[in-house]
Design a protein around this ligand. Structure first.
Ligand code: ATP
Ligand code: MG
Length: 404
């Protein structure tokens, strides 16, 4: 199943009262979704490389949600395989005095992505028709008389549509994602943030206060989606009571968006192609001439998929010790990381990997390869060695990065 039923492109109306925030699509549990999630991230990684190399189109992914709907977790996981050089996240908070002294779209111009780049808007100008609408902040603005007569929120919908249309026509695509969590699930997440010491920093009294306006917010979200969904700048409403499903769905949306853009590595012009061939000759000569390729063939092959960095790191380290068992180790590295993703959807620290590999090793003793002659003792030794080795790395890099 795709993402069509969650997409709003200007034709279908969004009704927030009948929307199922606990929806998990065709899945009954997160384990079923893991493989697809990992695969989507790999595709996203590849497409971003092309997007960046092509420098044709910029993309903005806008995220809006009530507090604790999981925005940060979605962003952290779904964009985790992107290369930092082509992506930037902007968190828009309560406007500063300087920002307030300008029109409401002013502060977003400097966050627009250059062609080939992705901007993530963690909150956006949509706050001005959400919190701005719920609390009617615009009433306190000092503005020319003509603005006092206007229906400010209705005008903002139109101005936002104009702004996004302008961006689309000038080379920037805007895709909007609303993580829709239920009021009960929000309460559960707030309780967990209060009960868990390492999550305490996330709780603010403001969050609890905004919860009192829940119904007003729901009305504002519904109207926002209905007023600002267009074919070229669609809204996606993502059921967010299950974090794993929200993350999966957003990975589909990002993948689909990049597939639609369909970026390609730019072709070389003839002069550059000739120049590269000249360079190549010089380089090969500097490495021993004709025998160069023969020598290369003798070199051990590196794993070719750089996208799953933790898995690859695992593999690379292991490879140095056990070159013959490379394929088997690769499979187990992936397996361990996939399992980790199944339970967590994220890798918080190297310790997580150590534990996953250790468990994997214990469970199936790093499954014997199908090759004849591979014996169990050897496999167990592999597991122990990797574990030891990774522990060393972890100890050398001990750091508490637990921000689940
Ligand atoms: P976190 O996950 O860390 O809580 P957050 O996005 O909720 O992230 P906060 O600093 O808690 O960050 O909240 C930002 C606040 O800024 C939100 O309450 C949001 O409504 C508010 N805000 C953003 N834009 C505007 C705006 N234009 N006018 C008024 N308030 C705004
Ligand atoms: Mg907050």
């Amino acid at each position: 199943m795709g993402i069509a039923r969650y997409a709003f492109k200007g034709k279908r109306r969004f009704n927030i009262r009948t929307f199922d925030t606990g929806d998990t699509g065709e899945f009954t549990n997160r384990e079923e979704a893991v493989n697809e999630f990992v695969e989507n991230l790999l595709v996203i990684n590849k497409k971003q490389q092309k997007l960046y190399s092509e420098r044709k189109e910029g993309v903005i992914f806008v995220f809006q949600a009530m507090d604790a709907a999981g925005k940060d977790g979605v962003i952290r996981t779904v964009f985790s395989t992107l290369s930092p050089h082509g992506v930037k996240e902007y968190c828009f908070k309560v406007p500063s005095a300087e920002e307030k002294s300008h029109d409401f779209l002013w502060r977003f111009w400097s966050a627009l992505p250059p062609r080939g780049f992705i901007s993530i808007f963690n909150r956006s100008y949509y706050e001005d028709v959400l919190v701005g609408k719920v609390h009617a902040f615009y009433k306190h603005d000092i503005v020319p008389d003509r603005m006092k007569e206007a229906d400010i929120i209705a005008e903002r919908y139109r101005q936002i549509n104009d702004f996004e249309k302008y961006l689309y026509e000038t080379g920037t695509r805007v895709v909007k994602i609303f993580l829709n969590v239920s009021k009960d699930e929000q309460a559960r997440r707030f309780i967990s943030r209060i009960d868990t010491q390492r999550k305490n920093w996330k709780v603010s009294s403001g969050d609890l206060k905004e919860r009192e306006y829940w119904d007003d917010y729901m009305e504002a979200f519904e109207t926002m989606v209905n007023e600002t969904s267009t074919k070229n700048s669609p809204w996606y409403v993502v059921p967010a009571d299950h974090k794993w499903f929200a993350r999966l769905l957003v990975s589909r949306i990002v993948k689909k968006t990049l597939e639609e853009i369909d970026p390609q590595y730019p072709p070389l012009d003839e002069a550059t192609a000739t120049m590269l061939q000249e360079y190549r000759k010089t380089l090969i000569e500097s490495l021993g001439g004709e025998d160069y390729y023969k020598e290369q063939e003798k070199q051990p092959k590196e794993f070719s998929d750089p996208s799953l960095i933790p898995a690859e790191m695992l593999q690379q380290e292991a490879l140095q010790k056990q070159q013959e068992s490379e394929e088997r180790l690769k499979q187990n590295g992936f397996k361990a990381v996939r399992k980790l993703l199944a339970t967590n959807y994220m890798i918080r620290s190297l310790n997580d990997i150590v534990e996953a590999v250790a468990q994997q090793g214990d469970e199936d003793r790093l499954e014997p390869s199908s090759e004849e002659g591979a014996n169990e003792e050897e496999n167990t030794r592999d597991a122990a060695e990797i574990r030891e080795h990774i522990k060393e790395i972890v100890e050398a890099n001990q750091e508490d990065d637990d921000n689940a």
